[in-house]
Design a protein around this ligand. Sequence first.
Ligand code: AMP
Length: 212
Amino acid sequence: MILTLLGAPGAGKGTMARLLSKILQIPTISTGALLRDEIESGSELGKEIDSLISKGNFVSDDMVSSLLVKRLQDADCQNGYILDGYPRNESQAEKLSQLGIHLDKAVLLTVADEEIIARLAGRRECPHCRATYHIQHNPSQVDGVCDECGATLQIRADDAPEIIRKRLEIYHKQTEPLIQHFRQNNLLAAVQGAKSVDDTVASVLQALGVTL
Ligand code: AMP
């Protein structure tokens, strides 16, 4: 199964992807996480990416697509995967078609902007395995420590309030038109993302027709 998760920054795509990965036994490919890994590698490309992401801007389609294509060649992607954060605009959706990648579903997590702003203030990320948490809604078992790998959780630089507003603006302008694109292609499954994590997973599984 090949899925993509659509939704504003902070809608819960990362958390949903992590849980769905475990349930469906397919990996999550988060382009944001691939980009942050490149930044942490300290490469020249990473520095360029950092200067864009930290201001809330998109990374160029070519840059992000080439990182994605490279990751999709790994053996664990053979039986399907969950894309988190790609495509993010019409030309990236077009790129998927050019690559011969046919999505089974595009799952849209809908959350109001005010809720997003409140949520991102409490978001924490593992710099090692990229698992995401929320200090109130989805806390790690031990405060500040990743459940998956034990690393110390961090606050993302692009979760600063003024950067969040810019990311939301870009989302509405560039990514939201994809909702109509996927609807027209009969691929859209819209799920209310403002519920509890468990309820949201249950709604997503129902939308995918998966019974446990
Ligand atoms: P995310 O972890 O999905 O919130 O992504 C963090 C940041 O990485 C975004 O705000 C963008 O700057 C960049 N990014 C992630 N995915 C893409 C993409 N598909 N196209 C362009 N930029 C991206």
